[in-house]
Design a protein around this ligand. Structure first.
Ligand code: SAH
Length: 253
């Protein structure tokens, strides 16, 4: 090999090394915003659990760890993402809302869930509460009356890999007979009475959590327990939910 060829070989090697290094640096810059954004969301999520949930008295360790895990920012519209872990509800499509994180945690705790439970949710909305439930129990059934919301939530939950959630587009007033009875039922829209089909589809000893009262002003979060076929109601706290629509508006309590 001539000395000229040897020189070229050395230069080529240096050039390849330099190009590889530049590609690696460039690629790490590409991934940097993604990594730092997810770190930021995780930090915000942990702050939310400590300051807005634990500090207010939620003590169920399973609830706390699930609230620290589910990526709430993916359930809100892109433009509200920076507020995803703030201490208030947020708008979702069609004039509906995703509940305040504390209320999601409180309702989940009130359901006293066991890992083997089968749970029914009325009012899928964004799908966030369903995801929280799915992290805690075996099977989640959720009903949404607005078709577009039902479709969007189903798509997102599938994308996030939740295989134990079934989403149905229907009026939740009538429950989901096919999969009844349920160990727990959660209604996430304001109701002026407890839909009788839901009580029927609740297991003996089961719990039903529902915002009960005026659909225009505020409601009282109520836990209903079914014992010997009868129901026992316990009032927990005032809350403000979007109204349940459909059949409920045609009936009186
Ligand atoms: N749990 C949701 C928030 C619920 S907002 C979340 O985690 O994002 C209340 C939802 O209840 C709305 O999406 C509304 O369309 C739905 N809803 C109202 N009436 C209903 C009914 N009769 N059956 C099922 N869903 C209903």
């Amino acid at each position: 090999m001539s000395s000229m060829a040897r020189l070229n070989k050395g230069r080529n090697y240096k050039a390849i090394k330099w190009i590889t290094l530049s590609i690696m640096i460039f690629a790490s810059f590409l991934f940097l915003p993604v990594a730092s954004a997810s770190d930021r969301y995780e930090r915000e999520r942990l702050r939310m659990v400590e300051k807005d949930i634990k500090a207010r008295g939620i003590s169920d360790e399973r609830v706390l760890s699930v609230m620290a895990k589910v990526p709430r920012h993916l359930f809100v519209d892109r433009r509200y993402r920076s507020q995803a872990y703030a201490d208030h509800p947020l708008p979702i499509d069609e004039g509906q809302t995703i509940s305040q994180p504390y209320i999601v945690a409180l309702m989940t705790e009130l359901l006293r869930l066991k890992p083997t439970d089968r749970v029914l949710e009325i009012g899928t909305g964004s799908g966030y509460q369903a995801a929280v439930l799915a992290e805690m129990v075996m099977e989640v059934y959720t009903i949404e009356i607005r078709e577009r919301l039902a479709r969007k939530a189903r798509r997102l939950l599938e994308k996030l890999g939740y295989k134990n959630i079934k989403v149905k587009h229907a009026d939740g007033y009538f429950g989901w007979k096919e999969y009844a009875p349920f160990d727990a039922i959660i209604v996430t829209a304001a109701a002026n009475h407890i839909p009788p089909p839901l009580v029927k589809q609740l297991k003996e000893g089961g719990r039903l959590v529902i915002p009960l009262g005026s659909t225009v002003f505020y409601q009282i979060l109520t836990v209903v327990t079914k014992k010997d076929g009868k129901i026992i109601a316990k009032q927990i706290a005032p809350v403000a939910f979007v109204p349940m629509v459909g059949e409920i508006t045609k009936r009186k309590d």
